[in-house]
Design a binder for this molecule. Sequence first.
Ligand code: LLP
Length: 432
Amino acid sequence: MHHFAYRRGASNRSVGYASVLHAEEVDLATLADKVGTPFYCYSTATLERHYAVFADAFADMPGTLVCYSVKANSNLGVLATLARQGSGMDIVSEGELRRAREVGVAPENIVFSGVGKTQAEMALALDAGIFAFNVESEPELHALSEVAAARGATARIAFRVNPDVDAKTHHKIATGKAENKFGVPFAEAQALYRLAHELPGIEASGVHMHIGSQITELDPFRNAFALLNELVRTLRAAGFAIDFVNLGGGLGVPYRSDQPAPPLPADYARLVHEAVGDLGVRLLFEPGRMIAGNAGILISRVLYVKRGASKTFTIVDAAMNDLMRPTLYEAYHEILPVAEPAPGTPVAITDVVGPVCETGDYLALARALPELHAGDLISVMTAGAYGAALASEYNSRPLAPEVLVNGSQYCVTRARPTYDDMLAVERLPDWL
Ligand code: LLP
C-alpha cells in the first residue's frame, strides 16, 4: 500500500496524457521539471501508514518499542516524519546516532547494532543515554565494558544471538546462518551472559536476533524465535534476569505485483505472540524496509532508446550509483512510465540501463514496458529503502536529490550537490 498513483495531471505537460503519476497530490512530471532528474521522492502518508500498521500490530503488548532501522533510509525528512510518529531508532554508527538525535528521538528509544562499533562510538552512545547496545562478540563486550567502567556508566546490552537458521532470502542479506559474520553462536550464548555478569559496566538484560532482510515467509522467523524463547528460559533458569527481547527487522515488502505478497504485519504480530508472548518481556523491533520501501520512488528521464544487435536498451539518466539494488542483489523494481500510457500503447521488451560504464549498470533487464521515447519520465518503484542510502558518486555523478512530499506540499530535503561541491572536498598534494 502506497500513495503513488496515476491522477489527472494539473500541469500543461500532462495535456495529451490520460493521467500522470502523482506522489500524494504532487504531479511528478511537474516536480521533475522543478527538481531535475534523477531524484528520489518519498511520501509522508505512506511512511506514516507503514509505521502505524507495524506499531498498531503490537498495540496489545505494552511497552513495545519500534526502532526504525535508520540504515534503510536515513534522510532527515524521513527520520523526522517517523520520530514525530513516536518511532525509536536502530542505529549502526556515530553518523546514524547524530541523525537520530538531530530529529529529536529520545535516547531511551535508541538501540545500537553492528559488528564493528568503535570505542569512540560506544562512549558517545553511552553519554547520550541510549536504551541498549546489541553486542555481537566477546571482544566487543570487553571493549564496551572498558568504556562504560571508565566513565562510571552501565551499558544495557542484548547479545545478538546467531540462531543458524535460513532466512530464505538473497544470500547477501541473510544474516542468521552460522557462516555469517553476525551475532554470537547460539551454543556460546550462556557462557557469554555469565561473562557479561562478571564484567564491570555491563547489564545484560536482553536478547537480540536479526536473521536477515526481505524475508517473505513466516517460517524462518518462527524457527528463530522458538530458539530465542528456549534461550531466554535457559538463561533465566541459570539465574540471569532477562526483561527485553529485540526481534530485529527483516519483514519483506512486495516488489512485484505478480508474486505472492509477503506476510502482513498483523500475521507477523500473531506469530510473535505465539512464539514469545509467554515470556513476559518487553519487545523491541528494528524494521527498516517494511517502513520505507514502498514509501519511495526514483524518478528518471529517458535519454535515448538504442536498438542493439539483439536487444533494445532504454538509456535513462539514473544509474547503478543511484540505485544499486538491481545489480547488487538481482533485485526487481517495478518501473512505471510517469505519464500513464494510453490504452493500446505497444509494449516492448527492453533493458533499462544507466549511463555508467559497466555492464552491471542496469535498473531492469528484459522488462516488458510500454514503448518509451527520449524525454519520457519513468518511476522506479519501491525504492525508498536501501535506495538513496546505498547511492554513491561513482562516475563522478552527483548524488540524486531527495524530495519529501506531504499532501500537496513538497520539500527538497537533500539537494543535489553542485559540481563545485563535489570538487571542493578534495585537494591536490603540494607536489603536484
Ligand atoms: N536490524 C539489523 C541488525 C539489521 O542489520 C537490519 C538490516 C535491520 C534491522 C533492518 O532490516 P529490514 O527490516 O530493513 O529488513 N541493502 C540490502 C538490505 C540490507 C539489510 C541490512 N540490515 C537491500 O537493499 O536489500
